[in-house]
Design a protein around this ligand. Structure first.
Ligand SMILES: NC(=O)c1ccc[n+]([C@@H]2O[C@H](COP(=O)([O-])OP(=O)(O)OC[C@H]3O[C@@H](n4cnc5c(N)ncnc54)[C@H](OP(=O)(O)O)[C@@H]3O)[C@@H](O)[C@H]2O)c1
Length: 262
């Protein structure tokens, strides 16, 4: 089977071949989108007509490829190096995005870190590092983006996790950081209304084809009501939903998990 890619997209409702581009003229910033789920979301938003800025930290080469793939969809694309734990870096990045794309309509807080650790052995350094990227990062990027988003009646979409809704014993720091992102979503939705809508996508088990995870993925699929794991494109479809949904929808956490969390 041919894998999904920029020229082999999943078709979303209302996004058929009639060149319906619900995000035409809109600008998006998506953090940590050189590869994996961020890349899938960036491509989905570009296919819907948005000009897209992605950030990367270490994955410069992948970011370059993603920018080429986004550009091939006929929209503007830019990749900027940004460390979301660093205020100066975030501020400079936001200024650069607005300079390059002319404004900001949608921010997707995607960049994060994931780590497995036995509770007994979890160190303070591990705890703080996960919170710095996964929780403080989305807060910081959102705060720095506010003035631009307000000018455009914009949107913020956070990437949460099923791990923020359900406890995973070997991921205390990750689960707690994502639960905090879910609450941050609700607080921001209230604090930033009526100008900005804020929502959150919470993926469950998403199979990105990693060989090392194959056995784990198989066992998770068995436990999932939909009898399979999710795809990057299905997560991207949820991002696209919030990017195009009525502005009245705000403060929502949308699990994309095939029913695993039920
Ligand atoms: N994959 C899943 O199954 C799954 C499930 C539930 C939730 N999620 C959430 O969905 C989002 C995307 O998932 P993913 O698996 O694609 O993520 P990922 O590969 O673990 O991370 C995405 C990107 O975040 C960037 N990043 C990490 N720390 C950063 C920092 N301090 N500053 C700037 N960028 C930083 C990295 O950029 P560089 O590579 O450029 O360094 C990385 O490529 C994450 O928020 C994740 O927690 C994923």
């Amino acid at each position: 089977m041919k894998g999904p890619g920029p020229r082999n997209p999943i078709q979303f409702p209302g996004m058929g071949k009639s060149v319906h581009k619900p995000l035409q003229g809109k600008t998006v910033l998506i953090t940590g989108a050189a590869r994996r789920l961020g890349r899938a979301s960036a491509l989905a938003l570009a296919r819907a007509g948005a000009d897209v800025a992605i950030t990367f930290r270490n994955s410069a080469r992948e970011a370059q490829h993603t920018v080429i793939d986004i550009s091939s969809l006929g929209v503007r694309a830019v990749a900027l190096r940004c460390d979301i734990t660093d205020q100066k870096s975030v501020r400079t990045t936001l200024k650069e995005v607005v300079k390059e794309l002319g404004g900001l309509d949608i921010l997707v807080n995607n960049a994060a870190n994931y780590e497995t650790a036995d509770f007994d052995k979890l160190t303070l350094q591990q705890w703080d590092a996960i919170f710095a990227s996964n929780t403080r990062g989305p807060f910081l990027v959102s705060q720095e983006a506010l003035k631009y988003l307000r000018e455009r009646q914009g949107r913020i979409i956070n990437m949460g996790s099923l791990g923020g809704l359900r406890p995973w014993a070997s991921h205390a720091h990750y689960c707690s950081s994502k639960a905090a992102v879910h609450m941050l979503t609700k607080v921001m939705a209230k604090a930033l209304a009526p100008e900005i809508a804020v929502n959150c996508v919470a993926p469950g088990m998403i199979d990105l084809g990693e060989k090392a995870a194959a056995a784990f993925m198989k066992s998770m699929a068995k436990q999932t009501p939909m009898h399979r794991n999710g795809t990057g494109e299905e997560v991207a479809a949820a991002i696209l939903f919030f990017a195009t949904a009525p502005h009245f929808i705000t403060g929502q956490i949308l699990a994309v998990d095939g029913g695993l969390g039920l």
